[in-house]
Design a protein around this ligand. Sequence first.
Ligand SMILES: NC(=O)c1ccc[n+]([C@@H]2O[C@H](COP(=O)([O-])OP(=O)(O)OC[C@H]3O[C@@H](n4cnc5c(N)ncnc54)[C@H](O)[C@@H]3O)[C@@H](O)[C@H]2O)c1
Length: 324
Amino acid sequence: MKVLVTGGCGYIGSATARWLRSKGVDVQVIDNLSEGHRQAWDGPLEILDLLDRDLLHTYLKGKSFDGVVHFAARCYVGESVEQPERYWRSNVVPVIHLTEALQGVPFVFSSTCATYGEPQAEYLQEDHPQFPVNPYGATKLAAERLLLDRSAAGHGTCGLLRYFNAAGAAPGGDFGEHHDPETHLIPLAIDAALGERPPMTIFGTDYPTPDGTCIRDYIHVDDLAAAHEKALDCLITGGDSGYWNLGTGNGFSVRQIMDAVGHAVGQPVPFKEGPRRVGDPAILVANSAKAKAELGWVPHYTDVNELVATAVAWHRAHPSGYAS
Ligand SMILES: NC(=O)c1ccc[n+]([C@@H]2O[C@H](COP(=O)([O-])OP(=O)(O)OC[C@H]3O[C@@H](n4cnc5c(N)ncnc54)[C@H](O)[C@@H]3O)[C@@H](O)[C@H]2O)c1
């Protein structure tokens, strides 16, 4: 089986590329290395910008893939609010370019719980209304719609995977998260505990949650990778298009995550309390029953301490990420 992985030098893309390769899949990565790291993926790589339609179509001409997994995107919510045009271009145009060139090829897409917007339930199911509250979520929803329209036209099936908070690193500590700027809680808390950045700010301590801080669902990057394998298998063997939430179904507050990081690092995470950020819901937790039932996917990392320990191991082995 030959699969094209876009954004395969990024955090989740490289984990998935390695996961698929370990299952015997022939993986070809495309990445422009705008955010990703060459060291994150040691297999076949085409350095190419998906926004360049001519280059992409020339590259794909005559090649055949059994499936495509599309990770490449810009992923900073705050930046998307400031630069909406850039986000619409970066997150929607590559999907158009890829689908034009890959007629009939099953397409697995990195979507997000940000497509739901303000949650109307504690556990989000796939039939929750989709009213994104920022341009990032809106662009992902637009790409979802494009892929569903393509599927309805008979031009290729799609698997829309709505991740909750991706977290953790390869168990051996060899590969992990390296974003610049880093915005994710676990790597920020590790840096703060180790004195590598100033004390963290907790944005909002007056939410209607047991300890007043926001609750999120942290899903290990290898569990995400496994879900991509399942979605590809489903589509390539003739399964219908679908959309699936990917989370553990367990919510952890900011304070609980900071405690877990402090425990794993061996020293507490220094922090200060700040006001709420606009657009941060109190609780975002997945109901992933549909992915379990339809894809046979089961997340392995349900113990948050185990998940955090993988991120700490990666950080200890690579204090400057891939620049180490
Ligand atoms: N990290 C999360 O918690 C999370 C949650 C939900 C959804 N997602 C989605 O998962 C996907 C991967 O996220 P990530 O955290 O691994 O991001 P990342 O920034 O680490 O990886 C994205 C990769 O895509 C590449 N890329 C971007 N634009 C490109 C282009 N025009 N042409 C070629 N390559 C390009 C980057 O260089 C990078 O390697 C994204 O689509 C993101 O929206 C992530």
